[in-house]
Ligand binder design. Sequence first.
Ligand SMILES: Cc1cc2nc3c(=O)[nH]c(=O)nc-3n(C[C@H](O)[C@H](O)[C@H](O)COP(=O)(O)O)c2cc1C
Length: 198
Amino acid sequence: MNGTMLNDRSSPLSLLRTRRSAKPRILVGPGPTGHELDEILTIAARTPDHGKLTPWRFVIIADEQRDAFGAVLRQALSEEDECATIAHHNKEDEFAHYGGTLIVLVSAPDQGHKIPVWEQELSCGAAGMNLMLGAQALGYDVGWVTGWRAYSPRVTAALCQPGERIAGFVFIGHSAVELEERPRPEPGDVVRWWMPPR
Ligand SMILES: Cc1cc2nc3c(=O)[nH]c(=O)nc-3n(C[C@H](O)[C@H](O)[C@H](O)COP(=O)(O)O)c2cc1C
C-alpha cells in the first residue's frame, strides 16, 4: 500500500481498505466535539452482542480529570515497580495527558449468564473496533493501547466496577506526524478452505 493515502474517507470502502491507527503519544487535540463524541459512542454501541447484554462500557476521562488519572497511574506504578524512577513516573503523567479525548474501553461481562464470557469479550473487542471506526469516519486519528496499566489492580479499581476489566485506552485526536503503513497479512496467509476430516 506504499503511496496510498491512509484513512481515506472518500468512500466507506476506501476507509475500510486504508484504515490505520495512530500511536497515542503522537496525537494532539482537539478531540471530538460533544456532538461528535455522542455520535462516535452511538456508533460504538451499535455492535454485535449475543443476548443483548451490552457487555462493555466506555469510560470518558475528561480533560479536567487527567491530573487525577495521572496520580492513579503513578500510584499504580509505585505498586508495580518499587524501583521506578522519576522519569518513569513522569512518563505516567505524559500518558495521562496525551492529546485528544481519552476513552477507556471496559469489558463488563455478565459472569453468570448462559452466554459464555468469551463471547461477551469478543463483543467488547468489536465495540472497540466500532469506536475506532466511528472516530476515523469523522476524520480523527485513533490509538488503542493496553500495556501494564490495563492489568494493574490499582488502575482497574479506579476505572471499573467489580467484575469488569480494562480492554484498552483509546485516544482520539489528530496525528502530529504522517501515519505510516504497517505490514498486513495477505488473505492467503490467514484464510484456508475447510475440508471435511478424513
Ligand atoms: C487489545 C489491543 C491492545 C493493544 N495494545 C497496544 C499497546 O499497548 N501498545 C501498542 O503499541 N499497540 C497496541 N495495540 C496495537 C494498536 O492499537 C494497533 O492495533 C496497531 O498499531 C495497528 O492498528 P491498525 O491496524 O488500526 O493500523 C493494541 C491493539 C489491541 C487490539
